[in-house]
Design a protein around this ligand. Sequence first.
Ligand code: FAD
Ligand code: NAD
Length: 465
Amino acid sequence: MSSYDVVVIGSGPGGYVSAIRCAQLGMKTAVIEKYQTLGGTCLNVGCIPSKALLDSSEHYHAAVHSFQEHGIQVDKPRVDFAQMMKRKAGVVSTTCEGIDYLMKKNEIDVLHGFGSIVDKNTVQIIGKDTTTVSAKHIILATGSKPIELPFAKFDKERIISSTEALSLKEIPKHMIVIGGGVIGLELGSVYKRLGSEVTVVEFAKSIIPTMDGAMGKELMRSMKKIGVKFSLSTKVSGVHRDGELVQVTAINKKGEEVVFEGDYCLVAVGRGAYTDKLGLENVGIDSDDRGRIAVNAQLQTSVPNIYAIGDVVRGAMLAHKAEEEGVFVAESIAGEKPHINYDLIPGIVYTWPEVAAVGKTEEQLKEAGTEYKMGSFPMRALGRSRASGDIDGVVKVLADKKTDEVLGVHIVAARAADIIMEAVTAMEFRASAEDIARICHGHPTYTEALKEAALAATGNRALHS
Ligand code: FAD
Ligand code: NAD
């Protein structure tokens, strides 16, 4: 039986990053993955393929809708959907192969097969590399799976999850999206841009309901401009497929029954921790009320040498959060004293304009009774936005009323995903709004909107609005 210092189950961004850090710290490490390719949800059916399709569909949308304004005449652009999907598959396979390279470079053994815990130091692998290995430490990084509504079982053809939506063979005529969260809005954007009718049915009273309320409103305005339809405060009660037709029945905010008809229904109502047949019961590891593996502040399970990270534990289901936890656990095992600032994990929605946020929302500050100041700046007032034609959006800075410390930054804007990192960096150093306002920002850049919003937060000093 091979023996390792660390065995990691799952090769997503949590697992593979953790394995690399363990190897860097001199530990003999193996990674177990049940699929043929490494990289987990993120690389195979998550972040990477969705962003590839978001970029391709955005190019098409620009060619149809804004090239003319920029003085570019092209004959009627057409979508070659098969080529778009082929490119996406190529991006995914190149990225996954990159992980194979990193495993080899760091001398990490990769075992393909389904891993399960036999006892606190033994893992069984069944599949291509059937074997049993011993481990001083085990890291569970088994990720998550789409949540299925009890009345809308995935048939993977017409009633689909994000996984199928990333590999459709045709552009839907009318895609009904259940859930106005991150996946619903990103994949809804892809198909709307490609010509589908898209209707988003959301249970809450706003889209992206966990983000700052103003962001949901701003994004909805932009998405309505490209023709996405929304039905908010609407509770789906049934999904029925009849051949190529899908009917979604729901109760709207007036309490009336409404029926949406389309040819595809994307169910995007969240993801649940994946621990099937992992053998947690063999060692008495507890799960919480949502089926996630329970961990302490050190990410240790109730068995001290077994850790869990990423989507399978509490917290944001984000690749970068999983990566941070992977590094944290590796360094903890090596005896170091790492730290993760969970308050400063940025959240990003890759619609156009993008949405990005870090820190507290205005709703959270109100609920906590924190006295705060707010400064905002509209993207349309920025030279850079007018030059590119991306004038939708707003930057909002929330700062402590007395100390001026920045408590939250919320952005809807072109390239918000990149702008937010300035706010994260500033907040890691506990910057005040005045600090950001006094930093010289390159001109013309989208980041100037953050400076202007910080100026507004410090006392109505925005220079360009
Ligand atoms: P995963 O990536 O889910 O990896 C877990 C791995 O473990 C899988 O490969 C699985 O096969 C394997 N596994 C499970 N059980 C076993 C077992 N018993 N034996 C062997 N192997 C096993 N996050 C972002 O930050 N940015 C984004 O833009 C983004 N876009 C997304 C788009 C979509 C459509 C989806 C679905 C998700 C997106 N996410 C995004 C979320 C992100 O993908 C996850 O947060 C991230 O992948 C979690 O990483 P993980 O390592 O915890 O788990
Ligand atoms: P989500 O939690 O973001 O959104 C789910 C939405 O569905 C919520 O708005 C919720 O109110 C709504 N909902 C729930 N039940 C409903 C019902 N019965 N009828 C109508 N609406 C209902 O979940 P998601 O979009 O499925 O994404 C799953 C996870 O994947 C998220 O946690 C996210 O962090 C991650 N993800 C991240 C990115 C990114 O970082 N850009 C992209 C995609 C996915």
